[in-house]
Ligand binder design. Sequence first.
Ligand SMILES: Cc1cc2nc3c(=O)[nH]c(=O)nc-3n(C[C@H](O)[C@H](O)[C@H](O)COP(=O)(O)OP(=O)(O)OC[C@H]3O[C@@H](n4cnc5c(N)ncnc54)[C@H](O)[C@@H]3O)c2cc1C
Length: 272
Amino acid sequence: MEAARLMEVVEGPVLPKSVTEESVLAVHHWTDELFTLRVTRPASFRFRSGEFAMLGLMVEGRPLLRAYSMASPSWDDGLDFFSIKVPDGPLTSRLQHVAVGDRLLLGRKPTGTLVLDALTPGRRLFLLGTGTGMAPFASLIRDPETYERYDEVVLTHTCRNVADLGYGASMVDALGDDPLVGEIAPSKLTYYASATREDFIHRGRITDLIDSGRIFEDVGVEPLALESDRVMLCGSQDMLDDLSTLLEGHGFTEGNHSEPGHYVIEKAFVEK
Ligand SMILES: Cc1cc2nc3c(=O)[nH]c(=O)nc-3n(C[C@H](O)[C@H](O)[C@H](O)COP(=O)(O)OP(=O)(O)OC[C@H]3O[C@@H](n4cnc5c(N)ncnc54)[C@H](O)[C@@H]3O)c2cc1C
């Protein structure tokens, strides 16, 4: 009996080779439904700003992992994640309770299509995100390469409620103090936030705001043009479908790693 218990303690749960164990450095709850985590970054973990990796917890001796976009840029020492809290979600019903010092699992292989190399050269970059689809763009707006490649960057974030925009707004506000892009980002980045279910300075779905031309009037920039503009989309399947249709209608073609194009997409989550 004693020997069996000892074995259990010594062996512990088996960590798969595809993950590393990281420590939680900080947690911030933005709303009842959204929070951010900062975790340690292993030296071997290399990624391109905009990519995602698997993140999770050991649950009953087994790894429970979900795809998560890195919300921090590729040069940062730590890793930031921006997360939803799904009340009965297998992972986030637990993940939302982690505290500083807790251990998390991180997949060793980052991947994703929201990377600068998947786009053909252009003058303006549009980053269009809804909900937690802000996460990969929080990474890209802090990467100096974004501003080296584009003269202008237009970041849009659309959420149901105004409070859900808080994380994105704070990322944009802090850009001026950023050690690497603090000089350049504020003059090149235009930020446009809209809420769909509450009164706000800008209201409505991003597809409608683009389709009607409202967003371009509001921020005083030229409408989307194939020659000058490149686009990254991150949101729900409906948002991706609607905006892909709109862009294809203007002649934009979808890109990927092997064949760069005028726009690239990533699901912010998978509807089950
Ligand atoms: C490429 C990719 C990148 C992702 N990046 C992020 C990220 O940066 N941050 C993040 O919070 N999630 C992200 N997700 C979603 C994430 O993988 C999980 O679905 C989420 O953490 C919930 O996990 P869960 O086990 O609690 O619930 P799940 O069983 O995974 O999801 C349950 C249901 O909750 C809803 N849902 C799940 N995630 C979201 C979301 N993000 N926003 C709105 N509704 C959602 C969906 O209806 C889903 O069917 C990403 C998904 C993909 C495919």
